[in-house]
Design a protein around this ligand. Structure first.
Ligand SMILES: [Zn+2]
Length: 125
């Protein structure tokens, strides 16, 4: 990876980070004034959804921050599984990637440990 490629990815990560931080603030100051019980219930489920969304955003923020820390060290862009270079094109799209496409695919197709939530869980026989 060249220095300019590294800088490009770094810039991309910083953009992603500021966009995520903007989202992180959205909805954090909820108006909890409630007119009646029904509204309270709908507010509550809205709030729960927000909490789940915020948790996901925070997780993404952490991943991007970690990638930003990693970008300065030598093993950035090297697959954590097989030690091969992760293609720069892949890093531009997914700067938080720690695996090459091949290893990522193998991991994705591997059976998941019980209890781990996955969107496709229960859809395939
Ligand atoms: Zn690999």
């Amino acid at each position: 990876m060249t220095d300019s490629q590294r800088r490009e990815i770094e810039r991309h990560l910083e953009d992603t980070l500021s966009a995520l931080r903007l989202q992180d603030r959205t909805g954090s100051d909820q108006d909890m004034y409630c007119a009646d019980e029904n509204e309270f219930a709908s507010r509550l489920s809205e709030l729960r959804m927000n909490v789940a969304l915020q948790a996901r955003i925070r997780k993404q923020i952490r991943a991007v921050e970690e990638a930003l820390h990693r970008i300065d060290v030598a093993d950035f862009g090297i697959c954590a599984e097989c030690g091969e270079d992760i293609p720069v094109q892949r890093l531009k799209i997914t700067p938080t990637a720690t695996l090459c496409v091949h290893c990522q695919q193998e991991r994705d197709s591997a059976p998941r440990p019980a209890g781990m939530m996955h969107p496709t869980m229960g859809l395939s026989a």
